[in-house]
Design a protein around this ligand. Structure first.
Ligand SMILES: NC(=O)c1ccc[n+]([C@@H]2O[C@H](COP(=O)([O-])OP(=O)(O)OC[C@H]3O[C@@H](n4cnc5c(N)ncnc54)[C@H](OP(=O)(O)O)[C@@H]3O)[C@@H](O)[C@H]2O)c1
Length: 363
């Protein structure tokens, strides 16, 4: 039974991921309807503000779901939001059992949905593939706990950890398959952030260039607004934000807004813009995840200030020598001070290796 539960929950998770890039700030949710060992319906939350996964799964059933089991990676909602409560729908369709991956910690939920289902005589089981469900919605859970978006460091590095050669050349360290996969990551996360030097050096558009890709919001951090506005990051392919100094005047801000660029103004901390302050503001704009695409200076700032939680690293079997390091700046004195990573998954793109890991800071 446990194996079957995991099998069905994994299928629900495969549904959930189909909503990637389209449902934030909501979580990714998938649902499966199983009757007498047969999957009779499945669905996912497709678009923010639209029907929830449970509703789509029930609507897809090719026979009456009464007496069925429902598998869903997040606790069904029990409140009236943009759509009616899913618990009402589950009770109305006379489900026998509901299998849930993770409890929804949102204040309006937090176990209320489970209680309502139980009171209606439905058997409810929680914690099915809980870790996988938690990883899938890491931005959602992180925001509820900390009030800031999940920060993911993404880079393409050589075996010796370089992002670029001494002259700044970085095209290309990894192979084409890795680079295509990186475009898919841009579809997955709400926003991408780069440091000023990366914009100057690489002039990337930072869009998700593959079929059906959705572009993330593009963010650059620069103190003095000296970047030329003809850089691709400011074109109209997607929204652009500049994190900049609080000293920038209202009239300059109005000028930038007129060019379609929003400013997030923050104070400085030890010579750098206070990105924690910026992340709190950006979180209020509905952004739940930010993938940081370099360079080493900004990675260094985020790691030293414990502001990044996840790593998406593409490693090419290449030696660059000194170059610009992924983690650029002064190192740690002792091994016990170093930053560790817990690998969530890894895969090969031909000769390259991709690592998805969570970041563990020392106590
Ligand atoms: N292989 C890869 O995946 C990859 C990815 C990205 C970049 N790269 C390479 O990396 C190189 C650029 O990296 P980089 O280390 O020189 O620069 P960077 O990290 O791109 O930019 C650093 C600059 O960003 C601004 N900044 C604003 N707030 C900051 C903060 N809180 N922390 C840190 N920086 C902040 C600062 O300029 P102000 O003080 O003027 O604001 C700082 O000097 C390029 O050669 C590029 O090709 C490679």
């Amino acid at each position: 039974m446990t194996d079957m539960n995991e099998k069905y929950m994994s299928a629900a998770l495969r549904e959930a991921i189909k909503g990637a890039g389209r449902v934030s700030p909501n979580p990714l949710v998938g649902a499966l309807v199983v009757k007498k060992g047969n999957v009779i319906g499945k669905g996912y939350h497709r678009l923010y503000g639209q029907a929830h996964a449970e509703v789509n799964a029930i609507a897809s059933c090719f026979e009456n779901p009464a007496g069925s089991d429902l598998y869903v990676n997040l606790e069904p909602c029990s409140h009236h939001g943009k759509t009616p409560p899913c618990t009402d729908m589950i009770i109305k369709h006379k489900f026998k059992r509901v299998f849930i991956g993770t409890v929804d910690p949102s204040p309006h939920s937090a176990g209320k949905g489970i209680e309502i289902l139980k009171k209606a005589g439905i058997d409810v089981f929680t914690g099915i593939c809980e870790e996988k469900c938690r990883v899938l919605n890491a931005p959602f859970f992180h925001y509820l706990k900390h009030g800031t978006p999940l920060i993911i460091l993404k880079a393409a590095v050589s075996l010796d950890g370089s992002l670029a050669t001494d002259s700044g050349d970085s095209k290309w360290i990894t192979n084409e398959k890795s680079r295509k996969s990186a475009h898919k990551l841009r579809n997955l996360y709400d926003a991408v952030l780069v440091g000023k030097n990366t914009v100057l050096k690489d002039d990337l558009e930072l869009t998700a260039r593959y079929r059906h890709g959705r572009n993330p919001v593009r963010i650059v951090a620069e103190k003095d607004l000296s970047l030329p506005l003809d850089r691709k990051i400011f074109n109209n392919s997607a929204a652009s934000i500049i994190i900049t100094s609080e000293n920038i005047s209202a009239s300059v801000e109005t000028f930038y807004n007129g060019k379609g660029i929003s400013l997030v103004k923050v104070s400085e901390k030890a010579g750098y813009l206070d990105l924690e302050q910026a992340f709190k503001i950006i979180g209020t704009k509905g952004i739940r995840s930010i993938m940081v695409e370099g360079g080493g200076t900004i990675h260094n700032y985020l790691l030293k200030n414990r502001l990044a939680q996840r790593l998406n690293l593409f490693i090419a079997p290449k030696l660059i020598g000194s170059g610009k390091k992924f983690f650029f700046g002064s190192g740690f004195e002792k091994i016990s001070d170093c930053i560790d990573f817990d690998i969530i998954s890894s895969k090969n793109f031909d000769n390259d290796i991709f690592i998805d890991a969570s970041i563990r800071y020392p106590d």
